[in-house]
Design a protein around this ligand. Structure first.
Ligand code: COS
Length: 401
């Protein structure tokens, strides 16, 4: 049945602002980042993965293009770009190499945007311009050996002193942890207050009592840097506090709204990469006297990837649109992250199937896509956590207390 009201509403322009066309600026960003990724990242991605080499040289080349601070206001050295452009950057870098996309996400989404949102003017001026121009790298230290999904259960402590704070504890699985110049570190100041006792600190590398230990042997993201951070009577000044004492959990959760957006966008890139490589291969590879792309079962696999890619991208853009409007977007970001990360695993699995035995070797990038996609269903909140966030927003009932 035709619903009359819809047409009238449309005439009045009374629909959500939905414009599926990228702006000229966004198209320019896409073209520029794709060119950079194809020229600088794709040719060395395989080698870096094999050698577990963190390519600092590529990160440094991204800075002059403005990629290390795209959504940060120009007054702090950023590009002042919107969040759809931000997603486009993550997608294009993610299409080339998720290890580099991870480094970029940590730098921009959960370090810079967190300092921008919660930092004092002094902290913003002290750190943001150097993060944006790549002189320093950041990391986000929330996870602990016993605090993963249960992020509020922090064992790291921060005890106040006359001069500032003394931090003790261990963080683990920290992306960029071994090479970052600053770390946003979460610690408990008063266990009786549970999540309301958590505080966040900006701790600089070189501070006495702060050491790192690199974690090697990961299934994927092998060219990204992951480390354990160890704090032993690590003294920081009062100025190191980010936000107020007790704001720590909110800071972490709001940061993850941005971090999960970067992960979801990067997964769109993985799916797009699967489509591009599979479409090319399916036209070149012949079996039974025909290109395999002419077989219905191959077309079905590629069609599913295309649908997953479009759906993921649209979910990302919806979350990005809310971010541009400054509207709370935890639910929409969780939906995008959950869907896109699972879809990336599906796409990469099918991509290997299309490539057959060749897909099982690192001669082609599809096996790396699968290894890299898998972690996106785990880090920055597992798929299970995203579903519980979605469930809570739908039912109003918390499953995790
Ligand atoms: N932005 C700002 N504040 C937020 C927020 C957000 N997105 N989400 C929650 N908060 C605030 C709430 O408003 C609440 O504040 P008050 O105590 O003042 O009312 C506080 O944080 C606690 O919120 P809530 O009770 O909803 O949190 P839960 O303990 O129920 O959250 C989940 C549980 C599972 C959602 C959370 O622990 C989580 O996301 N875990 C996964 C952690 C993760 O992703 N780890 C990956 C490693 S980090 S790279």
């Amino acid at each position: 049945m035709w619903i009359q009201g819809n047409w009238e509403k449309r005439q009045e322009g009374d629909f959500t602002n939905m414009d599926f066309e990228l702006t000229d600026e966004q198209k320019m960003v896409k073209e520029m980042v794709r060119k950079f990724a194809d020229e600088e990242i794709v040719p060395v991605a395989r080698e870096n993965d094999i050698k577990e080499h963190f390519p600092i040289e590529i990160i440094k080349k991204m800075a002059p293009l403005g990629l290390l601070g795209a959504p940060i206001p120009e007054k702090y050295g950023g590009g002042g770009l919107d969040f759809i452009s931000d997603a486009i950057i993550f997608e294009e870098i993610g299409r080339a190499d998720s290890s580099i996309r991870t480094t970029l996400s940590v730098q921009v989404s959960i370090t810079e945007l967190t300092i921008l949102r919660w930092g004092t003017e002094e902290q913003k001026e002290k750190y943001l311009p150097w993060l944006c121009n790549g002189d320093i790298l950041g990391c986000f230290a929330l996870t602990e050996p016993c605090a993963g999904s249960d992020a509020a259960n922090q064992s790291t402590t921060a005890i106040p002193t006359d001069k500032g704070w003394v931090i003790n504890g261990t963080k683990t699985w920290i992306s960029n942890g071994g090479i970052a110049d600053i770390a946003i570190v979460f610690a408990q100041t008063d266990k009786t207050k549970k999540h309301k006792g958590i505080a966040a600190f900006i701790v600089e590398r070189g501070t006495k009592g702060f050491t790192t230990r690199e974690i090697k042997g990961k299934l994927g993201l092998r060219a990204s840097n992951t480390a354990e951070l160890i704090f032993e009577d690590c003294e920081v000044s009062k100025d190191a506090l980010l936000g107020q004492v007790g704001d720590g959990f909110k800071i972490a959760m709001s940061a993850l709204d941005n971090g999960r957006y970067g992960v979801a966008s990067g997964c769109v890139g993985i799916i797009q990469g699967c489509i591009d490589t599979c479409a090319k291969y399916a036209k070149e590879r012949h079996q039974f006297g025909k290109p395999i792309g002419s077989f219905q079962l191959i077309q079905e696999k590629i069609a599913r990837m295309v649908v997953d890619c479009d759906a993921s991208r649209l979910l990302v853009y919806r979350a990005g649109d809310l971010k541009n409007k400054g509207v709370k977007n935890t639910l929409e970001t969780s939906i995008a992250k959950y869907f896109a990360s699972e879809a990336a695993v599906r796409a990469a699995t099918e991509a290997i199937q299309i490539f057959g035995a060749y897909g099982y070797s690192n001669e082609y990038p599809v096996e790396r896509y699968l290894r890299d996609a898998k972690v996106a269903t785990i880090y920055e909140g597992t798929s299970e956590i995203q579903k519980l966030i979605i469930g809570y927003h739908t039912l109003g009932i918390k499953a995790f207390i």
